[in-house]
Structures are given as structure tokens and as C-alpha cells.
Design a protein around this ligand. Structure first.
Ligand code: AMP
Length: 905
């Protein structure tokens, strides 16, 4: 039967008559047998149906009333079971089948038990027994041949539960029936030993009163718990509700012979199968939990075991060094062999070399690396604060996650550079048609006393073959005999003595400073208006170089122009270094006129060649979109740049910017080009703070400039920047550009303040007409304001020419003590204040980058520690895209690294 299937172990306590004391030995004086327990149950041998002799206990005192005959088993050990089953087989005579029996004849008997720890009780009082049941024959008269009689064999099963003592005694009470007890089987049920989900559950005795027994399984060999395995053993011996499981240990799988074969592995305790060793690794033995890397290959601690073994990268390639005086930019391409990893970083070693036998020693802490020296994730670094006129050797090492594990030398490349220090030319003045006067400043930190300067110059197109050398001890030189309209390259060489040997003229002790300087003697060249061309495309062809679109890589959008987006990107022309460029594109759906106007900017710009005029690299007109490519100005437009850096520059720096703009404007006016929209928003600033005049489109004043307003005469004019005569009768000349230049001066010195603040255009026109002029901005040296006022002379011929403006500014720069520093404003305080900061917010505030607080916190940079190794690309990701801001943040990070939480601002 299904139930019997669960009876997996049973204990037969066959009631062997031999061992059953119906009457305990009478020798125990304390418990004499009660008189009622007479010898009524008899042990009798009979034959069963197969004629095998069998012993039965019988009682059949049906003829006498008041029967009370007891038959008792020996002590039956409980064996841990709480519930015990008793199966009895018996025959019971039907009273009716016995002739002449009185009414006292019974057809039932009672079954009792008594729990006890004592296995040797010979006497148990009737009242101590607990009744199990009254047993009646249900199958009367089953045919069993017992000798000459036919008997019926009954089988009854009862159970007793919640047993707790060592064992128990069973007893049968006859009250006057005719019974033959054939067998008594006592058993309990167990849940059998079983293995499920790789956990073994032991033989478990079922609980009492149908309670479930919770059993914890044990993981079988080579397996371990994934989740504690448990099951419940039910009262009828079945396992229920399996929970949890074990899984094969590393190196084993639940498959055939359980072990991973050579060449395969299993890294963790999971129910997955063994897998093939990843590339560059193998396992030679069975049961591998990981594969061993081949020679020369490694696995970093954090690499997953499933990852291929990797090796250190090869050396960086294509190193380019750009020396800018005492600052070197090193760039390189990533190693050809990455070693199979993506975590390449670079580290630099810097050594300073000297002497004929080239002795090199570590550079020490005075040299700074931007963004950092070690663990660089970009293939570029800027090294600053080098000594001038020195040789340096940089070793650029490429590293990855396994470099430290490899005993072989690392992929490294060496770059040698020589630093310089230049003189800076501050004045260039044309004396006559064929001569020019050059004046310059000596190097800031000469390596000794300057002995003399050499000026070497040659015509740009003639290369160096035909050069002239002039020598002077002073800082001024006039060069005669030049050809008008020709571009010259001049080289300044300053020779100086090392301080120790001064004043002896020992040639081996000379140091040289170089400055390469290009100047052009203005000749007859004037600007040609693109409208003078019948075919405007010809103007583009004449003045702008066609660039193949494939040499341009657009990287990101940096602004919006009148005709479409302005992007930044890179340009790599054959045989030239890759450079950063700005790319203006003409949006789709343009008309012919729009295309002409768009390209007119290129044909105008292409005619200019001056360090303070934005340089045209070329145009893309043969494919769409049509693009204008110019040099990239990292700091964007001047007005925004100044607003961002309010108060951060010295007056000399501001004057330097103004000098650049004036110089660019002088060049334009020399070429008879009138800009008409000179304003700080149309000046671009590069990473060296060089300002360049931009925005040359033909339509610009009319359409492009948001500041332009319609005048009563119909044109659109940027009122605040425009001279009265240009507003009144459109008299645009270089003199009106000078007026605008005065406004730009005011914008620069006031760090991007709006001219005339919130006054309306009408009020501005009226005020100017009544003689009102913008007052000096805060901290503005008197000389500068005077120059502005000169630019704003009502009579345009009274205004200075751009050439004079440049001269005036040069004078200021050369003699700052006289003109500027004598009225040193508070912003000129040369001491750099130090702040102690403890949070990212405080730090950003201290370095005046508070506007990025949210960018930092939402990118997860919440502690100062976390910003210590921030990179440019991370800054870009957080929208810190301005090169100046990036530089400021990174150089402050560097000082955080070296000086802890004292931040210089
Ligand atoms: P534009 O159409 O010339 O007024 O240019 C729109 C904006 O794009 C400017 O305000 C600048 O922010 C940016 N831009 C234009 N040209 C350059 C450049 N050469 N380098 C960097 N940014 C530029």
C-alpha cells in the first residue's frame, strides 16, 4: 500500500512467547502477582495455513463470568521514536459460534501500554496502564486452519505517540472472549537517508503527533552550501519541502565524475559546468579552480578568473615634445600592444642632465606635471617649472594592471628636451618704407648676465639660406633695407654668462635664449572685399585653402554661430602636426546667398596673417556640410572669459590682452579693413591668453550680433560699441573701430561689465551726444582710462590711430612701475593668499570655481580625497569644459596632492 512504502525501517517486536513474561517470576516479594491474574492465557502451538507450526497466546474462558485476564510484553525499547505503531494479528471467536455460552461471552479485548525507563518491571498495576483501544474483530472468521478448527485472522494497527521514556510495556486484557493472539509487531517509521540537491539527509525518525521534523542536510563531498539545505520529515516517513541546496566546489561540476578535466576549470562554487581555460592560460591537472597563466602572462588580483591572462603593454609611441620656454608638453600615442588590457596608464620620470658626459639626476619636486606625473590616463602631460636652458630626459612608461607582476622591463620610451627662455618683442615700429625698429624685453630669468643680443632675420620664403645677423648690447635695434610687403622671420639670440663666471667672456659658459619672431613690412597689400569678385566662389578659392573633410575630426559642440553649430575638433594635414581647430558648419537647407555670406567670412579671414587675428586653416566646400576651419581658441570669447575670471588677472596681463587686440586692429587698419563690430564678444582667447580678433562675416553686423539694433536709417548697429558718426550717418572707418576699441578696453578692465550697464540704447546715444563718457572701471590705472577717453573723442580725427595705441600700451608694459604699479590697485597684491579647506565645496569656493559645486557633488566627488586624482576627461564629463577652468582645477588638485589642504588662490 502507498502508506507502507514509507515504512522504511521497522522494528519487529514479534511477541515471542519465549520472552514474554505472562507472569513475572514470583520470587519478587514486593510485587506478588494479583490473584485475578490467573493462568488464563496459554501459550499454544498451532499450525498456520502453510502447516508451519506457530505459537499463539490463547484465552477462552467464555463459560465463566467476571474474567480479567492479562497478558503483558517485556519492556520494549523506544529507540528514539516518539510514535510507535502496534500491529496485532489475532483470531476471535464469535460468541454465537460457541454453543451454550452465557451472555457474558465477549467479542473484544483491550490493549494497554505503560511507559517506563525501567526495563525489568515484573509487575505493573492495572490502573497504571494507559488504554490504547478496545480491539474488536472486524474480519470475523477469516479462514485459517488451526488444527481441526477454522479461525478468522484479524489484523489491527494502533499507534501510541509522544513517547518520552526509554521504553514501554504492552498489555492485553481479556474480559471473557475467546482470543488467539498470533503476532504483535511493534514498529516506528523513519524518513530514509536521501540525497537531494547535493545534500545528504540522514535516516530520520518521524516526530510524534504528526509534527514535521526539520532536518539540516549535509553537503556531499566536493560540494558546499549555496543555501543551507533543509527538509522536513513527515509523520508518515516522507521527506517534504526541500529548501536550499549545495553546489559543486571550485574545480568540480555536477556531471559524470564531478571533476573538471585538464584544460578546464571552475572558479567558484556554483552549479555551472567547468569551462575551458581562458586565452594564455592552462590547467594540467583535474579539478582546477583556476587556470595558470602562460609564461610572460599574468593575472591581476582583481581580474576575474574567466579573463584571459594579460601582459604589460609595449612602450608608448610617436612621442612629440613641444617646448615652450620652461614648459614642455609631451604627447604620445598609446602602445601598439596593450597586453590585452584596457587599463593603460602612463607614468613619467624626469631627469635633468648636464655636463659633457651627460650626467642625469632626478628632477626633484620643483617640477610640476599637469594633470599628474603618475597614473596618467591620457596620453599627454604638461611639465612646468623646468629650469631654463637645461637638458631634460623624460621617460614615459606605459603600465597596465599587470605591470607590477611582470619581472621583465617595462614598455618605456625616452624623450630628451632642451628648455629655453625667450626674449619677448614688445615693440615693432615702422620707421620708413624699408626699415623697422624692434625693441624687446630680456628673459625674465636669464641664466647669467646678458652679454649681447643677436638679431638674425631672413625673408620668410627664402628660408634660412640668406640671412642677416645684427648684434647689439641694447634692447632696441633698427633694421634697414627691407622690402615693403614682405614677411620676415627674425630670430633673437641672447647670450649670457652664467653668474659664476661673470664678467669673463668664456665661450663655453654662454647660454642662449631664442625667440623666433615673424614680422611683415606693410607694403601695398590691402584687403580685397569679396564683393569686388564677380564670382564670390573665386574669392574663396583665392584666399582659403580647400581641406579634405577626412582630415578633420569633430569632437564637440562649443557654440552656436549664425549659420550653424560651432564645434571643436582636430585637423591633421599631411606632414603636419595635428592641431586643435574650431569648425563652423553651414546648416542644411541654406540658400545660395547664405552659402556666399557664410563663406565670405573665410575669404576675408584668409587674407589676414597676424598673430592677433584668428587664423583661417581652410574651408570644406566640396562636400557637405560646408565648413570653415579656424585655429581653436581654448578660452572662447573674451567677454565670457573675463566674467568667469573676474579680478583674477594683473593689470599687466589685462594690458597684454589689450595690446594684442590693438595690434590685430592695427594690422586690419593697415590693410584698410574696417571691422565695424569690434567688441569683447568678438575677440577670442587662447590658452596662452592671446587675444585674437574674429567675426569677419559680411552679414555679421546686420544679422549676427545680438547687440545690433536698428537705427533710424534702417541699418542694424551695436549701439554701445559704435562711434556717434557711424550711428548717425554710417561713417564706418578705422577711427570708428578705434571708438569701439575704447569700449573693448573698458570691457576688459571691468572684467566683462556691460558698457553703460542697463541704460537703453536711446539713452546711450543721448548721453554720448551730451558729452558723457564711461567712467574708469574699478582699479583702472589713470593712463588706461585716459586712453579710452582718447578713443572716444567726438571728432574722429582726434582719436589715436591703432599704431599709436599699440605704442602707448607697449610703453605701459615696459615701464609698469611708472604708469601702472605706481597706483597699484588692491588686485595687484602680489602675495597669494592661502586657504585651508576641508570639503570639496570649500575648495571650489577658495579657487573661485564655486559654480561647479553641483557638478562635482552629482558626479560623486564628495570628499577632498576623491578629487585628488581627477582627470581632464572626468572634468569634461562633469561639464567643466573651459580649458582655463580645467587648468585651474587641475593645478589646484596638484597642490592638494603635494601640500594637503592649503589651497593657493
Ligand atoms: P561666431 O559664429 O564666430 O560668433 O562663434 C560662435 C561662438 O563659437 C563664439 O562665441 C565662441 O564661443 C565659439 N567660437 C567661434 N570660433 C571659435 C574658435 N576659433 N575657437 C573657439 N571657440 C570659437
Amino acid at each position: 500500500s502507498p502508506q507502507m512504502r514509507f515504512i522504511l525501517s521497522w522494528l519487529i517486536m514479534f511477541l515471542s512467547l519465549k520472552y514474554t513474561h505472562i507472569f513475572p517470576p514470583p520470587c519478587n516479594p514486593l510485587t506478588p502477582p494479583p490473584p485475578s491474574l490467573s493462568l488464563q492465557w496459554e501459550e499454544i502451538s498451532v499450525m498456520d495455513e502453510r502447516n508451519t507450526p506457530m505459537r499463539t497466546y490463547q484465552v477462552c474462558n467464555v463459560m465463566e463470568a467476571s474474567q480479567n485476564n492479562w497478558l503483558r510484553t517485556r519492556h520494549i525499547a523506544r529507540d528514539g521514536a516518539q510514535r510507535v505503531y502496534i500491529e496485532i494479528k489475532f483470531t476471535l471467536r464469535d460468541c454465537n459460534s460457541l454453543p451454550g455460552v452465557p451472555g457474558t461471552c465477549k467479542e473484544t479485548f483491550n490493549m494497554f501500554y505503560y511507559e517506563s525507563n525501567n526495563a525489568n518491571l515484573w509487575f505493573i498495576k492495572e490502573s497504571q496502564y494507559i488504554k490504547i483501544d478496545t480491539i474488536a474483530a472486524d474480519e470475523s472468521f477469516t479462514q485459517v486452519d488451526v488444527g481441526d478448527r477454522v479461525m478468522k485472522l484479524n489484523t489491527e494497527v494502533r499507534d501510541i505517540s509522544n513517547l518520552s521514556k526509554k521504553g514501554f510495556y504492552l498489555a492485553f486484557q481479556d474480559l471473557g472472549a475467546c482470543i488467539a493472539l498470533v503476532s504483535v509487531r511493534v514498529f516506528y517509521k523513519k524518513c530514509p537517508l536521501t540525497v537531494l540537491n547535493l545534500a545528504q539527509f540522514p535516516d530520520t525518525v518521524t516526530g510524534g503527533d504528526s509534527a514535521l521534523v526539520e532536518v539540516r542536510g549535509l553537503c556531499v563531498n566536493a560540494s558546499e552550501e549555496f543555501e543551507a539545505p533543509r527538509m522536513y520529515c513527515s509523520a508518515d516517513g516522507g521527506w517534504l519541502v526541500p529548501i536550499g541546496r549545495c553546489v559543486c566546489k571550485p574545480g568540480y561540476e555536477e556531471h559524470k565524475d564531478f571533476s573538471c578535466r585538464p584544460g578546464s576549470y571552475k572558479a567558484s562554487a556554483t552549479d555551472a559546468y567547468c569551462t575551458k581555460c581562458p586565452p594564455h592560460s592552462s590547467s594540467h591537472l583535474e579539478r582546477a579552480s583556476e587556470c595558470v597563466c602562460e609564461n610572460g602572462f599574468h593575472r591581476a588580483e582583481t581580474d576575474p578568473r574567466s579573463m584571459a591572462c594579460t601582459r604589460p603593454p609595449s612602450a608608448p609611441e610617436n612621442t612629440i615634445s613641444t617646448v615652450n620656454e620652461t614648459c614642455v608638453t609631451l604627447e604620445w600615442s598609446p602602445p601598439r600592444d596593450t597586453g590585452g588590457r584596457g587599463d593603460i596608464t602612463y607614468s613619467l620620470r624626469c631627469r635633468k642632465c648636464s655636463g659633457d658626459d651627460i650626467k642625469c639626476a632626478p628632477c626633484g619636486s620643483g617640477v610640476h606635471f599637469v594633470p599628474r606625473q603618475f597614473g596618467l590616463s591620457v596620453a599627454m602631460v604638461m611639465v612646468t617649472d623646468l629650469q631654463p636652458h637645461s637638458n631634460y630626459s623624460f621617460t614615459i612608461e606605459s603600465l597596465n594592471g599587470v605591470s607590477d607582476l611582470s619581472p621583465t622591463p617595462r614598455g618605456a620610451v625616452m624623450v630628451n628636451v632642451t628648455t629655453s627662455q625667450t626674449v619677448s618683442v614688445v615693440l615693432k615700429e615702422r620707421r620708413s618704407k624699408d626699415s623697422i625698429t624692434l625693441a624687446w624685453q630680456g628673459p625674465d630669468r636669464p641664466n647669467g648676465a646678458i652679454v649681447e643680443y643677436e638679431v638674425i632675420y631672413y625673408e620668410k620664403n627664402q628660408r634660412e639660406q640668406n640671412y642677416t645677423v645684427l648684434k647689439t648690447r641694447s634692447n632696441v635695434m633698427t633694421v634697414d633695407g627691407l622690402k615693403p610687403g614682405t614677411t620676415y622671420v627674425s630670430l633673437f639670440v641672447s647670450s649670457s654668462h652664467p653668474v659664476s663666471t661673470y664678467p669673463l667672456l668664456a665661450p663655453q659658459g654662454l647660454f642662449f635664449s631664442y625667440l623666433c619672431f615673424v614680422f611683415k613690412l606693410p607694403g601695398s597689400k590691402t584687403y580685397i572685399h569679396p564683393h569686388t569678385y564677380e564670382d564670390p566662389n573665386q574669392a574663396v578659392r583665392d584666399f582659403a585653402k580647400e581641406i579634405d573633410a577626412s582630415s578633420i575630426r569633430i569632437e564637440r559642440v562649443i557654440g552656436a554661430g549664425e549659420f550653424g553649430e560651432v564645434c571643436s575638433g582636430r585637423l591633421r594635414l599631411q606632414g603636419k602636426r595635428e592641431i586643435y581647430v574650431a569648425i563652423k558648419s553651414l546648416k542644411a537647407g541654406y540658400s545660395d546667398k547664405q552659402r556666399r555670406d557664410f563663406l565670405s567670412e573665410a575669404s576675408i579671414m584668409g587674407q589676414f596673417d597676424h598673430p592677433n587675428i584668428i587664423r583661417l586653416e581652410g574651408v570644406v566646400t566640396r562636400c557637405k556640410p560646408v565648413m570653415i576651419i579656424t585655429e581653436f581658441m581654448e578660452n572662447g570669447s573674451l567677454d565670457t572669459f573675463l566674467k568667469k575670471h573676474d579680478g583674477q588677472f594683473t593689470v599687466i596681463q589685462l594690458v597684454g590682452m589689450l595690446r594684442g587686440i590693438a595690434s590685430g586692429m592695427k594690422y586690419l587698419s593697415d590693410m584698410s579693413y574696417v571691422h565695424r563690430d569690434l567688441a569683447a564678444r568678438n575677440i577670442l582667447v587662447n590658452s596662452n591668453l592671446v587675444c585674437k580678433v574674429s567675426d569677419f562675416g559680411l552679414s555679421r553686423v546686420l544679422e549676427d550680433d545680438p547687440e545690433a539694433a536698428y537705427t533710424t536709417r534702417g541699418g542694424k548697429i551695436p549701439i554701445r560699441w559704435t562711434s556717434p558718426e557711424a550711428i548717425a550717418y554710417r561713417k564706418f572707418t578705422s577711427a570708428s573701430d578705434v571708438w569701439s576699441y575704447g569700449i573693448v578696453m573698458w570691457e576688459v578692465v571691468s572684467y566683462g561689465e556691460r558698457p553703460y550697464w542697463e541704460m537703453s540704447n536711446q539713452d546711450v546715444i543721448k548721453a554720448i551726444d551730451e558729452g558723457y563718457r564711461l567712467p574708469a572701471p574699478m582699479d583702472c590705472p589713470v593712463v588706461l582710462h585716459q586712453l579710452m577717453l582718447d578713443c572716444w573723442e567726438k571728432g574722429r580725427s582726434e582719436r589715436p590711430k591703432f599704431g599709436q595705441i599699440v605704442t602707448t600700451l607697449d610703453k605701459l608694459i615696459r615701464n609698469p612701475n611708472v604708469y601702472i604699479l605706481s597706483c597699484l590697485p588692491s588686485r595687484e597684491d602680489p602675495t597669494t593668499p592661502e586657504f585651508s579647506v576641508s570639503t570639496v565645496e570649500e575648495w571650489l569656493e577658495a579657487i573661485k570655481m564655486g559654480q561647479y559645486k553641483e557638478n562635482f557633488s552629482s558626479a560623486g566627488y564628495v570628499t577632498l580625497d576623491s578629487v585628488l586624482y581627477i582627470t581632464i576627461s572626468e572634468l569634461v564629463k562633469m561639464d567643466v569644459t573651459l580649458a582655463g577652468h580645467q587648468k585651474k582645477i587641475l593645478s589646484s588638485v596638484q597642490s592638494l596632492q603635494t601640500q594637503g589642504t592649503h589651497v593657493q588662490v
